[in-house]
Every structure is written in C-alpha cells, then in structure tokens.
Design a protein around this ligand. Structure first.
Ligand SMILES: Nc1ncnc2c1ncn2[C@@H]1O[C@H](COP(=O)(O)OP(=O)(O)OP(=O)(O)O)[C@@H](O)[C@H]1O
Length: 313
C-alpha cells in the first residue's frame, strides 16, 4: 500500500505551440486534499484531464493509486472519480434517474444499487427533489448531484475541477463541508480552484499554477509565509508601555492613536515566543496580540506578479 495517491513527474502538455503544462511535478498523499490554484486559462482543467486519463500528456509520468496512467489506464479509471466543470448531469432525467444511470454504467458496484442511491440522496440533501428533473435544480443542487454521481462507485481518489465556480456563498460552504466529510472518510481529493479562500479552507497542500509552471507549493500557511507582510500586532494599555515595547522589539512600527505595535515576523512559533519572552522580561503585558498573515490573494499577487481578481468571476 502506498501513501502517495497521485504522483506526477515532468508533466508536459501543449496545444500546438501553446505550452499549457511545462514540466510539472506533484505528489498528493493518500487521504489529503491537494489544491491546484490558478486563474482562468492557467491549465487546471488540462492538468485534471491528463491526470485522469481523459487526455494524453506529451511527456512525463503519472501514477495514480500506484498505477501508471498510460499503461494501466483501466486500473486508474477504476480508482478515481472525476467531477468536471461541465456537469455530467442529464437535465431531462430526475436526480434519482441520473444516479440510477451511474449505477447502471458502473459495473464495479458491489452493493445494492438502490440503497446506494437512497444513501447518496440523503447525504446530499436531495431527497425532496429526487423525483424532479435536474433542469429544475439550482446550480448548487446540480453540483451536489454531479458529485453524488461521481461517488456512486465509491472512488478513493476524487478529482474536483472547480467544484464551486459560480455557486453562491451558501452553496459553496455546503460543498466545502461535503468535501471535508469525504476527506475524513479517507478519500483523497485533487481540487482545482480559482478561489484562494477555497484552497485555504480545504487544502492540506496548495500548488500555484501560472503560465504552465508551479510557481509555489506548500501548506496554506507556508505559502503565506513566503511573502513579505506577515506581522505580529500588539496592543498596549498606555503610551508608556507602548514606548517600552517599541524599544524592545526591533523593526516595530507604532500607532500611537491605537496604542498598537506592528512587528514584522514570519509568524512562526519560535519568533513569536521570542517576542513574548522579551516583553515578559520587562513585565510588559500586551492587552491584545495577533499574528497577521496575508491572505492567498496577496500570495498569488506576490508569486505571479498578477492578481486573480479579474479572473475569479
Ligand atoms: N483542446 C484544446 N485545444 C487547444 N487549446 C486548448 C485546449 N484545451 C485547453 N486549451 C488552452 O489551454 C489553456 C489552459 O486551459 P485550461 O482549460 O486547462 O485552463 P484552466 O486553468 O482550467 O482555466 P478555466 O478556469 O478557465 O477552466 C487555455 O489557454 C486554453 O485555451
């Protein structure tokens, strides 16, 4: 048994002379959420297509659940579920019929198909609409049905290509909690998103894709620490304390009106503890204390030189 669910090395893909994936290496641990983050057109869907055997890479090797994507495509397909941006949902069929179709198509199902459908409808809160055509569903319901259809065969590795694009905040949160439940059940999730908050919320590991390359990889916190701007903020009871603290902590900038000090820091426990110890030595007690890390929008801007704002529509 391997602890790596997805491993890709030197992944390359071009359309004509447009290089979309320019030598990508990535590794996703079993039972973790990996988020491939990038703006529109960065190559996220292409990466998913190549990893899931839907498209042939021009170069590189990919192993999914220990199987080589090229020589063992069938085993790879049996191990994965894919939910794309363009839902597999048939608008004319009801929710239940869509799920039944997946059951009928999925020869590997061992259990009772009817029971699987009932459980999925309940789990995704779709029981009441189960007999209605999917054309009457909201965007959020359609996404849920699409994911439910992906789960019919109980895949252990799931690819979610922009699962919440276009959803309202409430439906997005519902989808997040469904994804978290899947992961707590041991499922590995490969998630693409243009929403930095989504990657921050869900992912154990984030890779930032820009112009065919991964420009950064790490945990959300590691990424945030890579860029300048992380700082620790203290608030003191009076100006005298603020004065003393400002002398003790190097690089601090003060705000006399707010009685706060802002001290550049990597936000790590070691450096924060050192600051607190220093204040403690002089019997200074901050009234408020917080570590500020930039959000992922800042990270993207710092790493790629452009924001995702205009694209994240
Ligand atoms: N079959 C194809 N033929 C030619 N060019 C393609 C093809 N598929 C994708 N591309 C191009 O490759 C680039 C990456 O597309 P891709 O869909 O992978 O990006 P993405 O990051 O998923 O973006 P989005 O968020 O818009 O889905 C785009 O410039 C796109 O136009």
């Amino acid at each position: 048994m391997t602890n790596t669910a997805i491993a890709a090395t030197g992944l390359r893909k071009a359309f004509g002379d447009k290089i979309v994936l320019d030598g990508i290496d990535l590794e996703v641990g079993t039972g973790t959420v990996f988020s491939l983050l990038g703006p529109n057109g960065a190559g996220k869907t292409t990466a998913v297509n190549v990893l899931t055997t839907l498209m042939k890479a021009d170069g590189g090797t990919i192993r999914i659940a220990g199987h080589d994507v090229e020589s063992e495509a069938k085993s790879v397909r049996a191990a994965i579920g894919v939910t794309g941006q363009f839902a597999a949902v048939d608008e004319l069929l009801t929710g239940q019929e869509n799920l039944q179709l997946m059951v009928d198509l999925n020869r590997s199902i061992s259990g009772n198909g009817r029971q699987i459908i009932t459980e999925l409808l309940e789990r995704f809160d779709l029981v009441e609409s189960a007999q209605k055509p999917a054309s009457t569903y909201s965007g959020g319901m359609r996404r849920k049905l699409d994911l439910a259809m992906t789960l019919v065969g109980s895949p252990r590795i799931i690819f979610l290509d922009e699962p919440t694009t276009g959803l309202d905040p409430r439906s997005r949160r519902t989808m997040w909690s469904i994804i978290r439940d899947l992961v707590s059940g041991g499922v590995t999730v490969f998630l693409t998103t243009q929403y930095l908050e989504e990657a921050d919320q869900l992912a154990d590991h984030i890779a930032v894709l820009d112009q065919g390359r991964l420009v950064a990889q790490g945990t959300p916190d590691e990424l945030k620490r890579q860029i300048p701007g992380t700082h620790v903020r203290f608030r003191f009871a009076d100006v005298a304390e603020l004065d003393t603290a400002a002398r003790l902590l190097s690089g601090a900038t003060r705000d006399d009106a707010e009685l706060t000090l802002r001290v550049p820091s990597d936000g790590g426990t070691k450096s924060v503890r050192a600051m607190l110890d220093r204040l403690d030595e002089h019997e200074l007690d901050a009234e408020e204390f917080s570590v500020h890390t930039p959000d992922l929008d800042d990270v993207f801007l710092a790493l790629t030189g452009h924001s995702t704002e205009v694209d994240a529509k």
